[in-house]
Design a protein. Structure first.
Lengths: 315, 439
């Protein structure tokens, strides 16, 4: 053969799944929640989502351009961050707020730590928490033309009556993407069926959160109270789309369960004992910070290594 | 207890439909035959012929040079043309005996064999060693050595590795379909070496016809049983196979015998039968010539030493431009840059693909998705190991059981960031093994 063939070390096969198409599917899975948000809150919601996605992607692009780095916006991860951040904002916020949030999320939380894969916390939640602390009044203004009352969780905390039905469909006050339990779960099902996420984290998160509420919520096993907490606030969006963020969750299987339990307990503490009705964002961010430790203590036993000799093998 | 499967693993495109229903054809070599002296694990064989000598089919041309070694036999009659280093499919050079084929296929006079039932265990093992039988699934470990564990009484299972989990390969499958007596009798001989052993035919359930057929053939034999394993790559990896068949786990520093098992591949057991019952040395094997670049993919009964190019020509050559040519299958095989290499005892296939998935995509940043962790059959964290290699952290690599990697390639296959996980880990393992030797 005159021409030599290309060689490489085995394996010579690759699966079809790439980072970019995983991110694309996450965006697709978020569309039902975004759709319900736009339906409920009108064109304001659409503008906010577009602004947050566009500014997230643009921030990554400009940063990489200025730093002479490879442009990575095609992997769609910045778009996912922007979309998640937008879904976590009330539709009433001024137009500059999603932009500030996205710039903070991408620039400070993601790019300054080394870009995709290196951020120690979920960028969208980092951005959201930055906004909540900096602009608390704007971030908790859920009064729109359609809704004048408080969010269901705030109402629940104040002891008022709430309707579970509207919490499940999502036609109620709240941030753009968190209100409709049914849309979020439908999106999550897509990701679960595709094998992009699994139930290890969301499952242990939700179960431990419910157990915490039963033990410390003060209502015992009260169906209405529990289902209000499950369907209300950012729990579903957080459990299925943000706690499962690959980069900021543990890589080990055991670690995923432990992480989910930690999130469940933290969310419970924040919601039951905290001053605000919400707690998911801060619970996940604190959980993110524990990930390196969780991974360190949950290194699996390799196949064929006897349990007792594990320490010996390490020495 | 049989689990019939194992943790982790992947389901790559199988590609077996290309050759699965094509009967084995015999191909006669036309050009020179090349016999590398190292076609097995252990000491290279020592040539016992000189340039100019005339050799016959079945004549020993190189003899074992140690306990862990294997002799090599001529597979054609002709003249020894040269003894010189030649390129192997695995990329390296190896001293080889080159025989010019006279096309007559004159055979040596085969020895008269006594019936297998009257042979002692040692006689059978000596015949296997003398025939140069090695593990033909790819590792090339001398089978006679495998047959002599420290405590033969403690061997409970002889497992015939019929899983053929590697994509595209159908050579074992065709052998199982066409020559069941050869395989069964080979397995019976292997089982007879161990007083307390039973034979297991471990077949993946993507070959239901084989499972049914072998169940029928063995229904009256209480020392042989068929286990239908759930199809998954790398089922045929020794450690996974033992676990799937018996529920026992062994690690990289243990032998199958430590779990009371002996594992042999289909072609190997056939060779054992021919060696013991017929007195024939290892001279042929089944090779799958396949891939979407090949005109007529097929399985061939090949005289070992035949050039790969001749096999490809027998399959009508290329019908499309190949992007990658692999000796073996796509998961564990070796990419070759030139077809001018000989088939050896361990050459199971030539896979010619029109697409090279590897060079199409550059590695990107790890997103910590844990897919590599979920597919690793050895329970490792390939991501951490690859990071340790990239950062030069040998101690971390060893502490996180890097040496347990079986190099099956599942992590590289699944990685959405296209990181070269297996390749990094493999490189470090080689370095560590070399360091061990120095000490």
């Amino acid at each position: 053969m005159a021409e030599m063939m290309k060689v490489s070390s085995n394996p010579h096969f690759r699966s079809k799944v790439t980072t970019a198409n995983i991110m694309m599917w996450v965006i697709i899975a978020l569309l039902p929640a975004a759709g319900v948000g736009i339906y409920t809150f009108g064109v304001d919601a659409l503008i906010i989502l577009v602004l947050s996605v566009a500014s997230a992607v643009l921030t990554e692009y400009v940063y990489e351009l200025l730093m002479h780095k490879e442009i990575t916006i095609r992997d769609c991860s910045a778009a996912v961050t922007g979309l998640l951040l937008g879904l976590n904002l009330p539709s009433t916020v001024p137009w500059w707020l999603p932009i500030i949030g996205s710039v903070f999320a991408i620039l400070v939380v993601k790019m300054l730590f080394g870009g995709l894969g290196q951020n120690f916390m979920n960028p969208a939640l980092g951005g959201r928490c930055f906004l909540v602390i900096s602009f608390p009044a704007l971030m908790t203004n859920f009064v729109t033309d359609a809704f004048s009352g408080p969010t269901p969780l705030a109402a629940l905390k104040a002891g008022e009556n709430i309707s579970i039905m509207t919490m499940i469909t999502g036609i109620e006050a709240g941030t753009i993407g968190e209100t409709s339990m049914i849309a979020i779960v439908a999106g999550a099902c897509i990701l679960i069926l595709l094998g992009i996420i699994d139930l290890r984290i969301p499952g242990s998160y939700i179960v431990s959160f419910v157990l915490f509420l039963i033990l410390f919520g003060g209502h015992g096993v009260n169906g209405a109270y529990l289902s209000a907490h499950l369907a209300g606030g950012g729990l579903m969006l957080g459990a299925f789309f943000m706690a499962t963020d690959y980069v900021s969750s543990p890589i080990t299987s055991k670690g995923k369960y432990i992480y989910g339990v930690i999130l469940g307990i933290l969310t419970g503490i924040f919601r039951v004992f905290g001053s605000s009705a919400e707690g998911v964002s801060f619970a996940i961010i604190i959980g993110n910070l524990m990930v390196p430790l969780i991974e360190k203590f949950t290194l699996p036993r390799a196949f064929g290594i006897p349990k007792e000799s594990r320490k010996g093998a390490k020495a | 207890m049989a689990r019939l499967t194992f943790r982790g693993g992947i389901h790559p495109y199988e590609g077996k439909e290309l050759t699965k229903d094509k009967p084995i054809r015999t191909v006669m070599p036309k050009g020179d035959l090349v016999y590398p002296v190292s076609q097995h694990i252990g000491a290279p064989a020592t040539p016992i012929v000189a340039v100019g000598d005339h050799v016959l089919v079945g004549q020993k041309i190189a003899e074992a040079s140690g306990f862990v070694s294997a002799p090599i036999y001529a597979t054609v009659s002709g003249t020894v043309k040269a003894i010189e280093p030649r390129r192997l499919a695995t990329g390296g050079m190896c001293n080889s005996i080159i025989v010019e084929n006279d096309g007559a296929y004159t055979e040596v006079e085969w020895p008269k064999m006594k019936p297998v039932e009257q042979m002692t265990t040692q006689e059978k093992i000596d015949l296997v060693r003398e025939a140069g039988v090695v593990g033909m699934g790819g590792a090339g470990f001398p089978t006679a050595v495998k047959f002599q564990p420290k405590e033969p009484d403690r061997i409970e299972y002889v497992i015939a590795n019929c899983s053929e989990c590697e994509p595209y390969l159908t050579s074992d499958y065709r052998r199982m379909v066409e020559e069941p007596e050869l395989l069964l009798n080979g397995l019976k001989i292997a089982v007879s070496l161990f007083p307390n052993a039973r034979g297991i035919l471990a077949i993946e359930d993507n070959k239901p016809d084989c499972i049914a057929k072998y169940r029928e053939l063995t229904q009256n034999d209480d020392r042989i049983m068929v286990k239908a394993l759930r199809t998954k790559y790398p089922e045929g990896a020794e450690r996974m196979l033992i676990y799937a068949c018996t529920g026992r786990e062994i690690n990289s520093s243990m032998l199958p015998a430590d779990a009371g098992c002996i594992v042999d591949n289909v072609d190997t057991l056939c060779a054992v039968y021919r060696a013991v019952a017929e007195g024939r040395p290892l001279m042929e094997r089944i090779v799958t010539i396949t891939g979407d670049a090949v005109a007529d993919p097929c399985n061939y009964k090949v005289r070992i030493g035949t050039n790969y190019r001749e096999l490809l020509d027998a399959s009508g050559g290329f019908v499309r431009e190949p992007a990658k040519i692999i000796s073996g299958g796509p998961m564990m095989g070796f990419a070759v840059f030139d077809l001018d290499v000989p088939t050896t005892k361990t050459a199971s296939a030539l896979t010619c693909l029109t697409r090279d998935a590897v060079s199409e995509m550059a590695p990107s940043a790890c997103i910590n998705c844990a897919k590599c962790v979920d597919v690793c059959p050895e329970g490792l964290i390939p991501k951490n190991l690859a990071d340790a290699v990239e950062h030069g952290e040998d101690a971390r690599f060893l502490a996180e059981y890097g040496m347990e990697c079986c190099e099956c390639g599942c992590c590289s296959y699944i990685c959405p960031a296209r990181r070269q996980l297996t390749q990094l880990i493999k490189g470090m393992r080689k370095i560590q093994l070399a360091n061990r030797k120095k000490k």
